[in-house]
Design a protein around this ligand. Structure first.
Ligand code: SF4
Length: 322
C-alpha cells in the first residue's frame, strides 16, 4: 500500500535524466578518476535501486537531527549548510557547519554510517576521503570566509546503534593541494577527450560498488577470455561447477544470516530484552569489546614491523568471473 508508493516515488526521482557534471565537488575525494571522467561526460551508470535513494534520504535526516541535537546541547553554530563556490577551480559544495567551542572555530563534517563502517572507523581511524573532504572545507572556510580555524571535527554516527565517534582533524594543506592536482588531471582528460586507465582491478571493491562498472569493463570479459586456454577435463569442470554453486549458496545464506541477526537485535533492543530462553536455547544481547593491534602505534614505537612477520608459501585456488 504505502511501500509501493514510496518505491514509485524513489524510482521517479532516480530516473531523472542525469546531466553531465559541471563542477568538481569535495565529495569527489576518494572517487576513481575514471568514474569522475564518466560523470563529467554524463555517461549513464547502472540504474540505482529505490533503497539507495532511501539510504541517501536517511543520511540527510541524520545530519539535520544531529545538528539540532548539538544545538540543544549548547553548541554554537556559526555557519550551517553553507554553499561553497570556487569559480577558479570550478568547484562547488556545501559544508555541514562551522561551530564555535570555547571561543575557537571548528569545521564540522557529519557522517552517518552503518555498523560495519562504524566498527572499522573506531578501530582504524577515519576514512581518508572523509578527512580530505573536511580539509577542503577548512581550506575554504579560511580562504573564502576568512574565519581563523585550523581544526575540523569529523563526527560519525552509527545509524544502527545511534553511537557517536569523533575525530579532530588538523588542517593539512598538502592534502588539499593533492586534491586540486587530481581535479586538474580530470580537467586534462576531459580537454583531451581521453578516458583514464582503470586504476583498479575488476575484483576490487571500488569496481564492485561503482555505478560505471558495466560501461567501464564492457568487452573486458572477451579480451580476458581470449588470454586463457579453455579447460576441458570433465571431472575438473564438474568439480569447479559444484564449488561455484556451493559458494553461491554460502553467499546467499550468509546474507540471510546477517539480515536475521540484524532483525533479532533490532527487536530485542526495541523491546528492551537483554536475555531469555526459547525452549533449550539461551538468547542474550550483550556488549562485546573487540581488541585489535594498533599497527600505526606499533610502527611508531618499534619502527619496521617486517622482521616480525613469518612467511610461508602455499597454493591458493582462485576462481573469478571474467
Ligand atoms: S569500474 Fe572500477 S575502474 Fe571503472 S570507473 Fe568504476 S571504480 Fe573506476
Amino acid at each position: 500500500m504505502l511501500i509501493e508508493r514510496l518505491d514509485t516515488y524513489a524510482e521517479k526521482e532516480l530516473s531523472r535524466p542525469k546531466r553531465p557534471k559541471e563542477k568538481h565537488w569535495p565529495s569527489d575525494a576518494g572517487v576513481c578518476i575514471r568514474a569522475l571522467v564518466y560523470r563529467w561526460r554524463g555517461v549513464e551508470g547502472i540504474k540505482r535501486q529505490a533503497r539507495t535513494f532511501f539510504i541517501f534520504e536517511d543520511g540527510n535526516l541524520h545530519h539535520r537531527s544531529i545538528r539540532e541535537l548539538l544545538r540543544q546541547a549548547g553548541v554554537e553554530f556559526v555557519m550551517e549548510e553553507t554553499p561553497i563556490n570556487d569559480p577558479k577551480m570550478r568547484l562547488s559544495g556545501k559544508l555541514d557547519a562551522v561551530v564555535r567551542l570555547d571561543g575557537k572555530y571548528y569545521v564540522l563534517e557529519i557522517k552517518s554510517v552503518n555498523r560495519f563502517t562504524f566498527d572499522e572507523i573506531m578501530h582504524q581511524g577515519p576514512r581518508e576521503e572523509h578527512a580530505l573532504q573536511l580539509n577542503l572545507y577548512l581550506y575554504y572556510v579560511q580562504n573564502l570566509f576568512r574565519i581563523s580555524t585550523n581544526t575540523g571535527i569529523l563526527l560519525y554516527k552509527c545509524k544502527d546503534t545511534s553511537r557517536f565517534w569523533e575525530f579532530p582533524i588538523p588542517f593539512d594543506e598538502k592534502v588539499v593541494n593533492n586534491f586540486f592536482v587530481l581535479m586538474h588531471s580530470v580537467d586534462d582528460y576531459l580537454a583531451k577527450n581521453i578516458i583514464p586507465d582503470r586504476p583498479y582491478k575488476i575484483t576490487d571493491w571500488q569496481c564492485q560498488y561503482c555505478d560505471y562498472r558495466q560501461v567501464c569493463w564492457e568487452g573486458y570479459a572477451t579480451e580476458e577470455k581470449n588470454k586463457f586456454a579453455e579447460i576441458k577435463e570433465e571431472d575438473l569442470v564438474n568439480f569447479i561447477g559444484e564449488l561455484l554453486w556451493i559458494r553461491e549458496q554460502i553467499k546467499e545464506l550468509s546474507e540471510k544470516e546477517e539480515n536475521l541477526n540484524m532483525k533479532i537485535k533490532e527487536i530485542m533492543l526495541a523491546k528492551n530484552i537483554e536475555s531469555g530462553r526459547i525452549s533449550n536455547y539461551f538468547v542474550e544481547l550483550k556488549e562485546q569489546t573487540r581488541q585489535v593491534l594498533n599497527q600505526e602505534l606499533l610502527k611508531e614505537k618499534i619502527g619496521n614491523l617486517e622482521p616480525f612477520y613469518k612467511s610461508s608459501t602455499y597454493k591458493v585456488l582462485k576462481i573469478k568471473e571474467l
